[in-house]
Design a protein around this ligand. Structure first.
Ligand code: PBG
Length: 356
């Protein structure tokens, strides 16, 4: 680099690059910085998860997720009122059933909390709120796994695989039933999260076969077997009673495989793709954004990411607001169009304050 010396007003000699290029010129004032800001974060980019239970006027705080609760349908409507008022356009519903069994039959019960909440939210907010449902069996099975396990349901035993192995194709049939029962309640998009092979295609077929062509699918295309789901399992009581999800969720060490999963979901008819968790997998978000540019991409800022920040903030070790905004901006910068986050209401509140 060529250098030259300049004499400053003070009389001292300084060394500057001859190019005269000073990136700091573009950072001089707030309006200038905002004029050229590359990445934006708006309330309209956010999806707020909700955990639903039966009954009414129930709000049960989730210990490992301070600020989050399991709520009954009436209070979910109250919470959604606040979200819509803040400009958050979407919710993602999870159900915690009263009754669990080996087939997860409460998952496709028209009177279960999720189905009731979909009806209540759509009839209250219509097109002002997108209602998305998680389609999975792990909250509904008595063993806490995401589908039918070999040897646990009469007439469903496959000798080629060990007992306790998640049966793929038997599970697909149930996922189609669950999606249709959410669609009958009026859901906008379903989000199958089990990482069962062929789930997007078979749910698409089930929906179309029942006349629900306009119901969309957000595929949890790239869902890793992550320890960051710990607090969620506490919230949804969906911890596997034994074993783990390594035979269906992806190995955190793999990135090329993520592309394969995502491409498959696109070919099976997914309307949006999702990467989950978000924070430790921003390279995957970037890769999908670049390699599969034509489809909207969602990142899931999961329960463990939320819990870490809440814990550090309550100890006074981190300043919650700027840290959360920085992380979510990082997800958008990596290429996520939308973000599922438990911070949604807080972020929307902060963004509103900043725009004043
Ligand atoms: C499965 C599901 C899980 C999460 C979302 N959907 C749990 C799991 O796969 O073990 C985790 C979400 C989070 O941690 O915030 N129904």
């Amino acid at each position: 680099m060529e250098r030259y010396e300049v004499v400053a007003h003070s009389g001292e000699t300084r060394v500057m690059s001859r190019s005269g290029i000073r990136p700091r010129r573009n950072r001089k004032t707030p309006v200038l910085r905002s004029l050229i800001r590359e990445t934006t974060l708006h309330a309209s980019d956010l999806i707020a998860p909700m955990f639903l239970v039966s009954g009414s006027e129930r709000r049960e705080p989730i210990a490992s997720m301070p600020g989050q609760s399991r709520v009954s349908v009436d209070l979910a409507v109250t919470d959604a009122e606040q979200l819509v008022g803040l400009g958050v356009p979407a919710v993602l519903l999870f159900g915690i059933p009263d009754h669990k069994d080996a087939r997860g039959s409460a998952a496709y019960d028209a009177q279960a909390p999720v189905q009731q909440a979909v009806r209540a939210l759509k009839s209250r907010f219509h097109d002002d709120l997108l209602v998305i449902t998680d389609v999975c069996l792990c909250e509904y099975t008595d063993h806490g796994h995401c589908g039918i396990l070999n040897g646990t349901v009469d007439g469903m035993r496959r000798p080629q695989v060990p007992d306790g192995y998640l049966l793929n194709d038997e599970t697909l049939e149930l996922l189609g039933r669950i999606a249709n029962s959410h669609a009958e309640s009026g859901v906008d998009l379903v989000a199958p999260s089990g990482m069962v092979d062929g789930m997007v295609g078979s749910i698409r077929l089930a929906l179309d076969g029942a006349g629900f062509e306009s119901v969309g699918i957000i595929a949890y295309s790239v869902k890793y077997r992550s320890a960051f789901y710990g607090p969620f399992r506490d919230a949804a009581a969906g911890t596997p009673s034994s074993g783990d999800r390594a035979s269906h969720q992806m190995d955190p060490a793999n990135a090329r495989e993520a592309l394969r999963e995502a491409q498959l979901d696109v070919s099976e008819g997914a309307d949006m793709l999702m990467v989950k968790p978000g924070l430790a997998y921003l390279d995957i978000v970037r890769r999908l954004r670049e390699r599969i540019p034509g489809i909207p991409l969602v990142a899931y800022n999961v329960s463990g990411e939320y819990a870490m920040i809440k814990a550090a903030a309550s100890a006074g070790w981190l300043d919650e607001r700027p840290v959360v905004l920085e992380i979510l901006t990082g997800m958008r910068r990596a290429g996520a169009d939308a973000i599922i986050t438990y911070h949604a209401a807080d972020v929307a509140t902060w963004l509103r304050e900043e725009s004043r």
